[in-house]
Design a protein around this ligand. Structure first.
Ligand code: GYE
Length: 333
């Protein structure tokens, strides 16, 4: 995760460079800096759902950080449905909250509701996942990870695990929710490294398991029925990898050995599976975004949204199975 000093340095650098357009600057209802700064902020937050261990930790982080920051949080869980997120955002607009934040389940289809928020003078901060929009003024900043980089790191991790093996490597991929930024970008980053440096790697099966354990188990067992020769699994998150482990065992194979597994997140349960060498490596994706989100909400509410960078990036590490036991006691999610 970005530390506060680096966050301030980025903020200062962006301000010095002239800053970036932000809703707060353009919307009179949200800009009276010093007046707003002293009032308690009401933040309307629309969470994606409760699909994974990552998500549970992210929800807890947002709730804890709001409390610690004295921010009045209105929270809703969209159960992985875009229409629920759009209704929640509309209800926050109707309630005239000070700031809206959401973690968009998919990347497209947000312009209409974001324009409604802008017209109401309510600034929007994206958290965790990005959107595709032709109008960058529709949100102030994104607080979250670089998913394409995570996909690239997963491929590099697999290079290490395979130790320079040159023969064909048959890979199955469990994708996240179709249309979601982490699913699109993790696949892209992985494919990029694979095509550039590993022509012998072949993705022989790839399908969405919706970021859930049940989805990972079901899709992996279908993969195993169709392809008895899968050697590697790249899972877009730990929960799907944990479901896949059950499917691999049910097929009479040993996860981590007969089928080597790389996943993303670094949840507690993912680390436990790594200590058992069922998962060979995990690319960390840090869900503890609450404190950075609250800092950004305060900055925006104080009328200083234009000083924020467009993307407040999360910093994370990579872990191999032989590091898991030592790292496990220090994991925070
Ligand atoms: O990797 C997955 C969750 O958007 C980064 O969503 C997040 C992803 C995370 O369901 O476990």
């Amino acid at each position: 995760m970005i530390d506060r000093r680096r966050f301030l340095a980025i903020t200062a650098a962006t301000a010095a460079a002239g800053g970036l357009a932000a809703c707060a600057k353009k919307n009179p209802g949200t800009t009276t800096g010093s007046d707003n700064a002293s009032k308690p902020i009401t933040l309307g937050f629309s969470q994606v759902g409760s699909e994974s261990g990552w998500r549970a930790a992210n929800t807890q982080s947002v709730k804890d950080a709001a409390k610690a920051a004295g921010i009045n949080l209105k929270f809703s869980d969209a159960q992985q449905k875009q229409e629920n997120q759009i209704s929640a955002i509309r209800s926050y607009i109707a309630q005239k909250v000070d700031v809206i934040s959401f973690s968009p389940v998919v990347v497209t289809g947000w312009d209409t509701v974001l324009k409604e928020a802008k017209a109401a003078g309510i600034p929007v901060i994206l958290t965790d996942r990005s959107v595709e929009t032709s109008d960058p003024s529709l949100y102030v900043t994104l607080v979250g990870s670089d998913f394409e980089n995570e996909g690239e790191r997963a491929a590099h991790m697999l290079e290490k695990i395979l130790g320079g093996r040159k023969s064909t490597v048959k890979i199955a991929q469990l994708e996240g929710t179709t249309g979601a930024a982490p699913a699109i970008e993790r696949a892209k980053g992985f494919a990029k490294i694979m095509q550039a440096s590993d022509p012998n790697w072949k993705i022989i099966a790839s399908q969405s398991g919706d970021f859930t354990r049940a989805g990972g188990k079901q899709v992996m067992s279908a993969f195993l029925q169709a392809h008895s020769d899968i050697e590697v699994l790249f899972s877009h998150n730990d929960d799907m990898a944990l479901g896949a482990i059950q499917a691999i065992q049910a097929a009479g194979k040993t996860p981590g050995k007969d089928i080597q597994i790389v996943s993303v997140d670094g949840t507690h349960d993912g680390f436990v599976a790594m200590t058992k060498h069922q998962i060979n490596g995990i690319v960390e994706c840090n869900p503890l975004l609450g404190p950075q989100l609250m800092d950004a909400a305060k900055t925006v509410h104080a009328g200083k949204g234009s000083t924020l960078p467009r993307w407040i990036k999360t910093q994370e590490g990579d872990f191999m199975a032989d590091q898991a036991a030592a790292a496990l006691p220090n994991r925070k999610y």
